[in-house]
Design a protein around this ligand. Structure first.
Ligand SMILES: NC(=O)c1ccc[n+]([C@@H]2O[C@H](COP(=O)([O-])OP(=O)(O)OC[C@H]3O[C@@H](n4cnc5c(N)ncnc54)[C@H](OP(=O)(O)O)[C@@H]3O)[C@@H](O)[C@H]2O)c1
Length: 489
């Protein structure tokens, strides 16, 4: 039996435990308004750290978790080895000016009482709002200034991680849900991460505790008191329901008996054995329960082919969780604790403002702020009655910056987000799109563009044309126009 969890280098100079101690549960414990005494909380964290579980994961909204960890870090003298603190910044969508970003990051530094955040992870609620790229570029500048050690993302799908990388952001990690129940991260995201050297940090690996002996053969609960299990019960329902989950649990239990370990060990091991995964984050209910000794057994065995076949058979009875990683925060069905975003946001603002066309009561239009819209005389999109017509759209960020130069797939993702935002501002949605036309600079690049288009439209299936345009201006690799019909809206 190993004495400590395995370690891995997440980024140059950043050695972490492969079992990260997750502190979202602090917010649940504190939800009645009483906060954990920070010194007592720090004592609990110090016990984890002494046992080699010395890497802690937090966020701006995890109750007083950052404060408690700050109290822990203060116990280590300057220059000595101290525990590693990951946190997250999850701002409301809106303009990400230099000031807004610096205030958000500086608040993390103050609450943690550090001069540098070891890993700062960024979450964004809607990719239709393009300011997430401004936030990442500003954070990258703060990393270069030494205020951020490594830059991470959380709940980014493969397409938007790819877009961030293609736009020049150095990303160390992406923290996503990954478990025997939610296997989305094993797909495109893992492939991209391996290809680009980005590490995955997996959460929800124990589904809030549902992936343990405690629930084997048990009846479906009618009420669930804590946020974490409420959330993962939604994942269980989306994966096919209680019987399907019990099938996966039974397979894990059989494997656990064979190796002399626990069901939770099998659940963690299965995730950790994916090449792209650096670590799993296991939630800790400070002052209530701790499972360190059991979790250490994750490093005493490996899953063999027979185990993988057993799990594969149980998976075959389940439904894949819809969409890609992070969609649970951006689209219905919201697989969050409350089943919507009410714990997090009051509203998602529209990116563009629709303006009435003077003297034409049946018309509305939006501008995306490109310098060319007033100069050349066009709108990003125009609504005429029930039709919305979106101009040929390129990956222009703000007034004139070309995003992801040289990467047509990433540019397509950015363009389609922009098209979605302009249609939304005019009262429609991507589901209303009946036609797209794609103009491509280099016909040899049709595949990444078609795949990015497929990610948005594989179920909507608009009529589509793809044309080699010969040449597009500047670094633009692709330009797309769209038409939607919003019957009855
Ligand atoms: N980026 C994001 O959007 C995001 C979202 C969710 C979570 N997270 C991170 O991930 C962390 C993990 O939290 P989670 O909500 O996903 O929960 P989780 O890690 O799937 O489950 C944690 C629960 O599992 C139980 N447990 C742990 N070890 C066990 C063992 N060996 N045997 C039996 N039961 C065991 C404990 O339940 P009991 O205490 O009841 O025994 C514990 O509270 C969070 O704290 C947070 O840091 C991030």
């Amino acid at each position: 039996m190993p004495q400590f969890p395995e370690r891995i280098a997440l980024a140059p100079g950043l050695s972490i435990s492969r079992l990260v101690c997750g502190l979202w549960q602090v917010a649940d414990i504190e939800k009645d308004g009483r906060t954990i005494d920070p010194e007592q909380g720090a004592d609990a964290l110090q016990a984890y750290a002494k046992a080699g579980f010395d890497t802690f994961d937090m966020a701006d909204h995890y109750g007083s978790a950052e404060i408690i960890t700050g109290h822990l870090l203060r116990r280590y003298s300057a220059g000595s080895e101290r525990p590693v603190a990951f946190t997250k910044w999850c701002p409301e969508p809106g303009p990400m000016t230099r000031d807004v970003v610096r205030r958000g990051v500086e608040e993390r530094l103050v609450r943690l009482g550090v001069e540098k955040v070891d890993l700062l992870q960024f979450h964004w609620w809607t990719f239709e709002h393009p300011a997430w790229l401004d936030a990442l570029h500003e954070m990258q500048a703060m990393k270069e200034e030494g205020l951020i050690g490594a830059l991470g993302l959380t709940n980014f799908d493969a397409a938007h991680l790819g877009l961030a990388l293609a736009d020049g952001i150095e990303i160390a990690s992406n923290q996503v849900s990954f478990s025997l129940i939610d296997r989305r991260a094993a797909g495109d995201l893992s492939a991209l991460c391996q290809n680009k050297g980005v590490k995955l940090l997996a959460y929800g690996t124990l589904c809030g505790g549902f992936l343990s002996e405690k629930w084997l053969g048990k009846a479906e609960p009618e009420t669930i008191p804590d946020w974490s299990r409420s959330k993962y019960k939604r994942f269980i329902d989306a994966a096919g329901g209680w019987a399907v989950y019990q099938g996966i649990l039974a397979a894990a239990a059989e494997i656990a008996r064979k190796h002399g370990v626990s069901v939770s060990n099998v659940a963690s091991r299965w995730v950790l054995e994916h090449q792209a995964v650096a670590a799993t984050i296991i939630g800790a209910r400070l002052g209530e329960n701790e499972h360190r000794d059991d979790n250490l057994k994750v490093f005493t065995f490996r899953l063999d082919e027979e185990d993988k076949t057993l799990l594969g058979n149980a998976f075959a009875a389940s439904s894949p969780i819809p969409g890609d990683c992070g969609d649970e925060y951006r689209k219905p069905p919201f697989l969050t604790a409350s089943g919507d975003l009410s714990h997090h946001l009051t509203a998602i603002p529209s990116v563009y403002t629709a303006a009435a066309v003077p003297g034409r009561e049946d018309r509305m239009r939006v501008s995306s702020g490109s310098i060319w819209e007033p100069l050349a005389g066009y709108s990003r999109a125009v609504r005429v009655g029930e039709r919305i017509l979106v101009s040929g759209t390129t990956a222009t960020h703000g007034s004139d910056r070309c995003v992801a130069p040289g990467d047509p797939g990433a540019q397509t993702t950015y363009i389609l987000d922009k098209i979605a935002a302009s249609i939304a501002a005019l009262g429609g949605s991507m589901e209303d799109v009946v036609r797209t036309r794609i103009y491509l600079k280099d016909a040899a690049q049709w595949e990444p563009v078609s795949r990015a288009h497929g990610r948005f439209f594989s179920e909507i299936l608009p009529a589509n044309t793809l044309i080699q345009a010969g040449a597009l201006i500047g670094d633009y690799e692709v330009e797309i126009e769209a038409e939607a019909v919003v019957t009855g809206k």
